[in-house]
Design a protein around this ligand. Structure first.
Ligand code: COI
Length: 356
């Protein structure tokens, strides 16, 4: 009874809600879950491969207690956003094929089957259309899209699960940090590490996220916004914060930690590197030491959820370093350039956005 038969029916459904918008206080959006109407589901079995995907009503799923994901964290997630175009004509995705490719690489690392890029992007588009009344008005936020791929089949001994589920759900969101667009305050984690060489730090496995919760919770208790992790070998080189990549600016040169297997290959990270170079900045992907924090002029974090977040202070070893923030910063120039493309406010000369 819950299966949708066509995007047309979905469109009809949201048409009936009047102005085409769900009943949400759009001025109050934060990065929290607002359940939407539909989710996309696809199953994989060894014999049948991936099933035909379908849109089903958003809701709880049934899972075996011995599902691979519950017992051995065999799972990946992705994150991307849809923005409502300012002219009211449809929606924009930002480089969804990069999420699809990253999921393929992650699936290989976690011994899971994965979707073709086209299948992934098609599924994302269908999910956005089905939930279109939940895409915030222009300027109020975006529809966050969360694809999941996980071992849903039962397994007791440690081995790849016999079945997999690909799911996409969505939620309208606003700014990620409680600070909104205001600068954030980070603390360097000196005892906890996020990833190790040879591990899975560079892919978006769900297993990378629960282990940072303790450091994140302790940091929040002390009033910090987020934690910045160092490499696990030398405890000296910056890796990333718990939810985003990091950049520093010194004498107009932008640097970001090189992705050598322990750092997440962020779509926003990659896009910011390209945008900054086009704006004329020198951008270096290199080992960035904690010592660089003492002399940096500006610091910012990037991610799909955080977008480009200016950093006000970083605390390391009881030292607190403060950085330039505000309208006249390189950080703000990059934020504006990136979001103008994502929101469709400028012509997309790179072909990064996908119309829905
Ligand atoms: C994203 O930026 O989309 C992420 O996946 C980070 C997550 C912690 C919200």
């Amino acid at each position: 009874a819950y299966y949708m038969h066509s995007a047309y029916e979905t469109a009809l459904h949201s048409h009936r809600t009047g102005d085409g918008y769900a009943d949400v206080n759009w001025d109050d959006l934060r990065f929290s879950l607002t359940p939407t109407d539909y989710m996309y589901s696809m199953k994989y079995s060894k014999d049948g491969g991936f099933s035909q995907g379908e849109l089903i009503r958003y809701g709880n799923i049934e899972l075996s207690p011995s599902a691979g994901v519950l017992n051995y964290a065999q799972g990946l997630y992705e994150g991307l956003k849809a923005y409502r175009k300012a002219n009211g004509n449809g929606f924009l995705l930002f480089r969804p094929e990069l999420n699809a490719q990253r999921m393929q690489i992650g699936a290989d690392r976690m011994c899971m089957p994965s979707l073709a890029v086209d299948q992934f992007v098609h599924a994302v588009k269908q999910t956005v259309v089905a939930n279109k009344r939940w895409v915030p008005p222009p300027g109020k936020g975006s529809l966050y899209i969360r694809p999941l791929l996980f071992g849903s089949g039962p397994i007791l001994g440690l081995a790849p699960a016999p079945e997999y589920t690909f799911l996409i759900y969505t939620s309208p969101v606003g700014n990620y940090f409680k600070e909104g667009l205001a600068p954030i305050n980070l603390i360097v984690a000196e005892l906890t590490h996020r990833a190790a060489p040879g591990g899975a730090g560079c892919v978006k496995t769900i297993a990378n996220y629960a282990p940072v919760l303790k450091a994140q919770t302790q940091a929040k208790e002390k009033g910090f916004t987020d934690v910045l992790f160092l490499d696990s070998v030398k405890n000296k080189y910056l890796e990333e914060a718990s939810s985003c990549n990091i950049f520093i600016l010194k004498d107009n040169v932008i640097s970001t930690p090189i992705t050598n297997g322990t750092i997440l290959e962020g779509v926003t990270r990659r896009s910011v590197i390209e945008i900054a170079r086009e704006l004329g900045y020198q951008v270096e992907e290199r080992l960035v030491s904690v010592d660089d924090l003492a002399v940096a002029d500006e610091v910012f974090c990037t991610g799909t959820a955080v977008v480009v977040a200016p950093v006000n202070t970083i605390t390391y070893n009881d030292q607190r370093y403060t950085y330039t923030c505000g309208e006249e910063t390189v950080t703000n120039t990059i934020y504006k350039s990136l979001t103008a493309i994502q929101m469709g406010l400028v012509e997309d000369r790179k072909g990064w956005t996908v119309d829905i």
